[in-house]
Design a binder for this molecule. Sequence first.
Ligand SMILES: Cc1cc2nc3c(=O)[nH]c(=O)nc-3n(C[C@H](O)[C@H](O)[C@H](O)COP(=O)(O)O)c2cc1C
Length: 189
Amino acid sequence: MKKVVMLSASPRPSGNTYQVLEECAKVIEDEGLEVEIIPFVGKNIRSCIACGRCGELSECSQNDGLNDIISKIRESDGFIVGSPVYFGTARGDIMSALQRIGMVSRASDNFLSWKIGGPIAVARRGGHTATIQEMLMFFFINDMIVPGSTYWNMVFGHAPGEVQDDEEGMQTIRRFGFNVASLIKKIKD
Ligand SMILES: Cc1cc2nc3c(=O)[nH]c(=O)nc-3n(C[C@H](O)[C@H](O)[C@H](O)COP(=O)(O)O)c2cc1C
């Protein structure tokens, strides 16, 4: 079965980012694909230390749990990343994770190439577009395919659950999920 891996970069269990990804996952599952959402709750993802060993190891030299996530992404067809906005940019952990995932891919078998997905930003009030752009840099440099939606992938909410009231934001995410699933079905054999 085709599979999409999602990273939820929020430290809050059942926070807004997780709820938005769940909404996205429902649509993708309705299209017949499997989805796994991996939350960053309780994780402590370190930054790349530029050791240059990922080529020889085909994984990261650091043992903080990211290699398990890398194995799951390697086996997947789609990859979606959701982050809360922190001071106008993505949460630090997720950029650390993306930089290490990207280095392992590029130094080994380019497993990210042609994976379909993209970024989603969640915030109370502002910084969504800069956060989406920041995360897009990872997708585009790694030969990945990012479909659009009917708006940018941004949802408004502060206290956990408030994103459920942003109907336009949630509709944008549902459409994005549908587009990711449809593309996977069309171009992956
Ligand atoms: C350290 C920190 C910085 C934040 N910076 C912003 C910000 O720049 N813009 C904004 O609109 N919301 C900001 N927020 C609010 C969160 O983005 C918002 O509460 C979001 O819904 C959290 O998602 P989560 O429930 O998935 O953790 C910030 C929150 C924290 C903890």
